[in-house]
Ligand binder design. Structure first.
Ligand code: IPE
Ligand code: IPE
Ligand code: MG
Length: 250
């Protein structure tokens, strides 16, 4: 397939590619404003950026790519913009899912989908079903997603399933109920557009993730490789000191 080359072109040897990259696809409006275009032109351009990002992740053998496409707070935008975004989402599924499937990509949506139009829900379900057994990149789209919503729905499920443990829940009891329990925590968090906020994205899972922000909305292969290289140079200490990481645990 032309679109997503299966050839594995790794970044220079010394840099380990992250297993899981989480991205807030932001800055569409600013991209458009700079060019005297309507915001919706920026959103269309955002879809192109997603295609490029998926392509790069496949190339680098990244296992999980998680994209924040629409937050639970984005309903507060003008009605026309929300409805344009929903239409764009439908069109993108129509146009891209077969290609994703041909490239062995598994598509999963996280977020409260019950608020979407019935047609969109059906399309999401069909796309997930079609790609469910694929073994390549796991592409997660967070739509009507909020990190706080995720934590609360997990707490409620955990309490329903294991009420006898109330008052003694541990992290390991809780994690399986989160929307992304199928994936390791993100290694790299990218927010395009230059902001550094988490904006209610994966709150629990980003606790130790390295973040990179100054990538512009017109994201390209070079910017992506720079992000990966910068990730490869950082030390993840998880509360320890740098010296401890160099010595094997006592
Ligand atoms: C992100 O771009 C797209 C969505 C939130 C759906 P924005 O629309 O937030 O663009 P800016 O931040 O206004 O530039
Ligand atoms: C975050 O972007 C959500 C998505 C990109 C889907 P926003 O543009 O909505 O975030 P804020 O309002 O700048 O925090
Ligand atoms: Mg924004």
């Amino acid at each position: 397939m032309g679109l997503f080359s299966s050839a594995t072109q790794r970044v220079p040897e010394v840099f380990a590619a992250p297993r899981h990259i989480a991205v807030i696809m932001d800055g569409n409006g600013r991209w458009a404003r700079k060019r005297f275009l309507p915001r919706i032109a920026g959103h269309k351009r955002g879809v192109e950026t997603v295609r490029e990002l998926v392509k790069q992740c496949v190339k680098l053998n990244v296992e999980y790519l998680t994209l924040f496409a629409f937050s639970s707070e984005n309903w507060r935008r003008p009605a026309e913009e929300v409805s344009f975004l929903m239409g764009l989402f439908m069109d993108a599924l129509d146009r891209e899912v077969v290609k994703l499937h041909q490239n062995n990509i598994k598509l999963i949506m996280i977020g409260d989908r019950t608020h979407f139009d019935a047609k969109l829900i059906a399309k999401i379900e069909a796309s997930e079903l079609l790609t469910a057994n694929n073994s390549g990149l796991v592409l997660t789209i967070a739509a009507n997603y909020g990190g706080r919503w995720d934590i609360l729905q997990a707490v409620n499920k955990m309490y329903t399933v294991q009420p006898q443990l109330a008052g003694q829940y541990k992290e390991e009891d809780f994690q399986p109920y989160l929307s992304m329990s199928y994936a390791p925590e993100p290694d790299l968090f990218i927010r395009t557009g230059g902001e550094t906020r988490i904006s209610n994205f994966l709150l629990w899972q980003l606790a130790y993730t390295n973040s990179i922000s100054p990538i512009l909305a017109d994201f390209n292969e070079e910017a992506f490789n720079l992000a990966i290289q910068s990730y490869g140079k950082r030390e993840r200490r998880f509360g320890r000191t740098s010296e401890q990481l160099k010595k094997p645990e006592a």
